[in-house]
Design a protein around this ligand. Structure first.
Ligand code: HEM
Length: 506
């Protein structure tokens, strides 16, 4: 008995010494939950939510504040949970690095590659080059984007009509994603000038790999990120083996694409697309061993655009279709507004958005309510700095909890209700821009989503055109769950939907 009391006493003394030491060490850091040895704050997060890191962090922030310090994912991180704090942080000149998750270290073999996860001058060079040259091929310019989008939309509507014709009782079963391939085509048209058929085996495989990559980790609550040793010891169980395989397959695909484009030779005289411009830059930089333009950067940058581009947009809009099925009165109001504004036989284009305030408000509510990127891929402090009086050390992860903002009771009153009117101005004639500015769907600051304008335009035109062309109905008695599927981004659970071709009433 005495031995046990002595042992307990020793444990207590060590724990007390450790706690005091930890408090002293982090006294200038933002407040946060007590950090436990080895596991940091993982247990506290798991207690708050075993599945959703954003929800766990939101609940911890309710106790510790908008700017909170935690230890997870093998490192230290500061978590911002209010709109003001996130904007101020993501705009900070020392908050523009990217945290290197273990699965990204593996994907890049520890190199500084691509646009999404790169840092320093390499990131700056690649981002600037990508934005400038994609613009030359219409990316981000309304008129050119609208025409590419509407051409792909025509093909998509025909594909949908065919699907509906062959569907029993107009019902599509197990829908998880309506738009993945068509959004990929829009993006790919602007990057390479090409688009793919709806059953193209190569593209289907690429999209499958992309989806697998997205579903392969759950960031903060992924134990193999917190304890990287698990990745070495149990590659299969930890998911590392699958991540390595998916990344390899994606990179093989990217290399094949590079070689095919190089063989065409169009990059030499008359670059016909972004791929050509990039290859020309790689050739021009051959003699410079320190150049940021080489084959691996080409492959990673192109894969980054694909990884970031189609899955995010298509999941958002599939959620949108699901909500329209669940809230038929909202669907009807959108259809009425579109019928009144858009002349019969004309395609919807970006310039009509301001004349469709209710549709725009619904669309913003879809972005808020779905929040497919609840925690944008974390930033990293590139230097020591003081933020709101707290010390942030170089190398600290920076997490923006977008979901906490999009579901804040303080900001929205009834965040868990789907209510598009919250985004309308008082007289209903336009969008309330102050409310729209509270959305952080695309991040903020210098690393804000590179494809934001394309994503907003594509999803809006598809959303409006889908509802103008089709009516969506829930199956009688169907029980629909709004609980999302997990992964880097959130998506809808498979659902069944009745779809009917409608005739616009104008
Ligand atoms: C609804 C669709 C989309 C959502 C919700 C979304 C969201 C985001 C978010 C939250 C970030 C992180 C921003 C930050 O750190 O502040 C990001 C980065 C990025 N997005 Fe998107 N995105 C979407 C569509 C697209 C599209 C269509 C592209 C196509 C090119 C794209 C390319 C990128 C790239 C390359 C980055 C990394 C930017 C950098 O680190 O400099 N995204 N996106």
């Amino acid at each position: 008995m005495l031995v046990w009391i002595e042992l307990l006493f020793c444990v207590f003394v060590v724990a007390f010494w450790w706690y005091k030491n930890d408090q002293r060490r982090y006294s200038k850091y933002p407040p946060g939950p007590v950090r436990l040895p080895i596991v940091g704050n993982v247990l506290q997060m798991l207690i708050k939510s075993t599945e959703f890191p954003a929800l766990a962090l939101q609940k911890l922030a309710d106790e510790h504040g908008d700017v909170m310090f935690i230890k997870i994912a093998g490192g230290e991180a500061v978590v911002c949970s209010s709109c003001d704090a996130i904007k101020e942080m993501l705009n900070h000149e020392n908050a523009i690095g990217r945290l290197q998750y273990e699965f990204i270290r593996d994907r890049h073999a520890n190199r500084n590659l691509g646009v999404i996860w790169s840092w320093g001058p390499t990131w700056r060079n690649l981002r600037r080059f990508t934005v400038r040259n994609l613009r030359d091929f219409g990316f981000g310019k309304s008129s050119q984007m609208d025409s590419v989008i509407n051409e792909e939309l025509d093909k998509f509507l025909e594909h949908m009509r065919q699907q509906i014709r062959s569907a029993p009782n107009n019902t599509l079963y197990g829908v998880t994603d309506f738009f993945h391939l068509t959004f990929n085509n829009v993006l790919w048209r602007l990057v390479s000038g090409k688009s793919y058929g709806y059953h193209d085996p190569q593209m289907m495989e690429l999209l499958r790999l992309n989806r697998e990559f997205f579903n392969s980790t759950n960031f903060g609550l992924d134990l193999s990120e917190t304890f990287p040793i698990l990745r070495d010891l149990f590659p299969k169980w930890s998911g590392r083996a699958a991540q390595l395989k998916t990344s390899k397959d994606l990179f093989d695909y990217g290399r094949q694409m590079l070689e095919e484009q190089r063989q065409l030779g169009t990059y030499k005289e008359d670059p016909s697309c972004f791929l050509d411009v990039f290859i020309a830059k790689v050739e021009e930089s051959r003699k410079d061993p320190n150049s940021d333009f080489n084959d691996d950067q080409f492959v990673t940058t192109i894969l980054d655009l694909l990884v970031a581009g189609s899955e995010t947009s298509s999941k958002t809009l599939t959620f949108g279709m699901l909500y329209m099925m669940l809230y038929p009165q909202v669907q009807e109001k959108v259809q009425e507004e579109i019928d009144q504004v858009v002349p019969d036989g004309f395609p919807i284009d970006s310039s009509m958005k301001s004349k469709l305030p209710y549709t725009s408000a619904v669309f913003l509510e879809v972005f808020r309510y779905s929040t497919v990127v609840p925690i944008p891929t974390a930033r990293e402090a590139t230097d020591d700095f003081i933020f709101r009086g707290f010390f942030i050390k170089k190398g600290t992860g920076i997490i923006a909890n977008t979901q906490a903002v999009h579901f804040s009771e303080k900001l929205w009153g009834d965040p868990y209700t789907f209510r598009p009117e919250r985004f309308l101005s008082e007289d209903g004639s336009g969008v309330d821009m102050k409310k729209a500015d509270l959305l952080l769907t695309f991040g903020y600051g210098k690393r804000i989503c590179l494809g934001m304008v394309l994503a907003e335009t594509t999803t809006f035109l598809y959303f409006a055109t889908m509802l103008r062309t089709f009516r969506l109905e829930k199956l009688p008695g169907a029980n629909i769950s709004l609980k999302p599927t997990l992964g880097i981004t959130l998506g809808p659970q498979p659902f069944n939907v009745k779809i009917f071709v409608r005739v616009p009433k104008n």
